[in-house]
Design a protein around this ligand. Structure first.
Ligand code: SF4
Length: 186
């Protein structure tokens, strides 16, 4: 059993860009919302096989995803903002995955965890989807078969960077609209 170590050097979140002076700090609404969103991501785990087990380890005490404000998993798409796809997705499952994505409210992000979700992995067969980006847009890919919990945490931190920097009205950006249209999503 690995020894458990406690991190006693806890650090507060970094301040967003802004102006500071005697007794005040001013920044933009975009930055404040970004800061709040990135530190309170609610993941929806869409786990179909072995990568899901690594995610369970990521949630457990040793790796403790709660440190990132993401301890609250949701199994209702309407309450979540991060779709984490972990495992082999068969072609039969693809419409179900897409429907789950469509049921999520904006703003929403997608993390493809592991080789299967990212590219079909070792299952180059007639029945397996060769990457979830064939049916829904993906924001971050985590490589590995399976990826270790450290890699999954790294993926979540990359999502946090995106969330913190993106516009308050993500959905209204031309680039994002174009991306959704390319998937036939209104
Ligand atoms: S990437 Fe590897 S570990 Fe993950 S679901 Fe596929 S076969 Fe399993």
């Amino acid at each position: 059993m690995r020894p458990v170590q406690y991190n006693t050097n806890l650090k507060m979140v970094d301040l967003p860009e802004g102006h500071t002076g005697e007794g005040f700090f001013a920044t933009s609404l975009n930055n404040v919302i970004g800061l709040a969103r990135k530190n309170s991501i609610w993941p929806l785990p869409f786990a179909t096989s072995c990568c899901g087990i690594e995610f369970m380890a990521t949630m457990a005490a040793h790796y403790d995803l709660a440190r990132f404000g993401s301890e609250r998993l949701g199994f209702s798409p309407r309450q979540c903002d991060l779709l984490m796809v972990m495992g082999t997705i068969s072609k039969k499952m693809a419409p179900v995955l897409r429907q789950v994505y469509l049921q999520m409210a904006e703003p929403r992000w997608v993390l493809a965890v592991g080789a299967c979700a990212s590219s079909g992995g070792i299952f180059d067969s007639y029945s397996v989807l060769q990457g979830i980006d064939q049916v829904i847009p993906v924001d971050v890919y985590v490589p590995g078969c399976p990826p270790r919990p450290e890699a999954i945490i790294d993926g979540i931190m990359k999502i946090q960077e995106l969330v913190g920097q993106e516009s308050l009205r993500r959905r209204n950006s031309e680039q994002y609209k174009g991306l959704l249209e390319s998937y036939g999503i209104q």
